[in-house]
Write a protein that binds this ligand. Sequence first.
Ligand code: B12
Ligand code: SF4
Length: 468
Amino acid sequence: MWDFLGRKRHKRTSDILWLDLGDLGDLVNPDGPHEQWQDHGLGLLRTILHQNGIQTDVLSTRAVTSWDELRRQLPGYRMVLMNVRSYTYPSGLKAAQIFKEVNPDGLVITGGMHATVALDEMEAVPAFDKICQGPGENVIVDVVRNPDQFPRVFLGQGSRSMAEWPTIDRTLWPQPASRRLKRSFNWPLEPECGWGPPPVVTILTSRVCPWQCVFCNENSYIPNMGRRPVDMVIDELNYLDETYGPVGSVVIHDSMFFQNPSWLEEWLEKYPRRANKVWPYWAAARSDTVRQWPQLYEALIRETNWNTISIGFESGSDRILRLLNKECTEDDNLFTIELTNRIGDDMERQGKAAPKFWANIMLGIPGELPEDAFKTLRMLKTMKRVFPSISFYAPYPGSALGNQLIAEGKSLMSKDNYHRFPDDEKVKGVDYSFYRALLAGRYDDEVNRGLANYQKRDIDFAGALTKA
Ligand code: B12
Ligand code: SF4
């Protein structure tokens, strides 16, 4: 049933609700493609619940355009479950408060990254009845069955390896919520985002990144776990292709795909042979690992159709890379850029599509000088084929530098504003007017200094600024 705005009416089938979080309207009339991506935490945990005989409904703050619209859908639920990340904390908080107003005796059970990294913020909110820190796959069934047996804050339990995870039942993901979006979404697969043809499959093969970049350092709060076996990944892609496809392209959502050479060698051997089609894919690497295993990198690009290579270059200046504990150098970045340019030229000569960088760049890092920022943009210009993804450094809780800046009172990110707009100011003392002028091209002469003529091309840096 659709309402007069072309939105589906909600019918309650269980008294337990999973509420998907994100900005209002992202599944109605989205701002951009990344806002539409599905939540694997939700998908995994709902799959486990349903396989254990616990049915749940799903609603999404992204599928409504006002809080009143959400409020109207909440009566009658005795429990709501939510995956709260720092960037979805504002919507999680508001939704929990509304749920309690509508169902004063109902239980709000939360887990997710924010509960792990910013427990104090969540503990201070009475609307959060239960808060699970850490992984939830081996605890979710018990907590939903017997919530009273758990203290308000408890530690979750994860699997030792992703091999133990069931295949996500993607029909448990929220649906696009307008007739218009439904046409382009390809649910339960996902929409095109500019990296490869639709329908898109997002998938995780690993969860943990062992490095310790101070703006991220995932391994300080995501427990170590084994990688999903190559055969399971390929089987799932083939299943999705046969059931909901034909699949157009794949996004491997791992924080760090290009690690564990033995896994990658097996992928190199099996993906071209066993996958229904060698779908092009997006996946992440680091410039130091590319320099360490260049042959493996090149073979993966050429033989497995790894055609969008996400690299956290972050900065073109050694001074800043050291400050970030990135453990990559200007030389590592240059090596990776030159190698990828060369592979791309060669593939084009053979009539094939060249690989493109998805280049993650940060500006506005405390301590950065104008010359560091010029070097960063200069580095971007040496990439022949690139989607620049530039953001102003954001001090997220959980990361070493984020925690430090929060403790020093220098973070401008508040719990109502973990991320709102690409050009939000995030740290006190950073001269954002300089960065806006830089991105608008006012320092192009400085940036272009020393570059070859062909590298002086205009890149829309301001348009490449993303939410962070
Ligand atoms: C895929 C991904 C994305 C995707 C898709 C996001 C989506 N819709 O799901 C995209 C690319 C869009 C994205 C973007 C961003 N991301 Co992101 N992303 C990830 C990534 C790599 C994987 C997420 C995932 O699926 N994990 C696997 C699932 C199974 O884990 P999970 O969701 O955490 O759920 C588990 C537990 O938390 C727990 N749990 C969850 N919910 C519940 C509920 C209950 C009741 C219980 C008991 C347990 C429980 O159990 C689950 C199973 O163990 C993670 C890193 C990681 N390895 O997890 C970063 C991560 C989540 N992202 C992060 C960030 C910072 C961002 C960005 C802000 C980055 C940027 N600078 O642009 C943007 C913001 C997006 C936005 N909306 O604006 C941070 C979040 C930090 C934080 N404190 O919350 C992470 C942790 C990476 C990091 N650097 O530390 N991201
Ligand atoms: S920024 Fe990338 S390499 Fe560094 S810790 Fe995070 S995921 Fe790992």
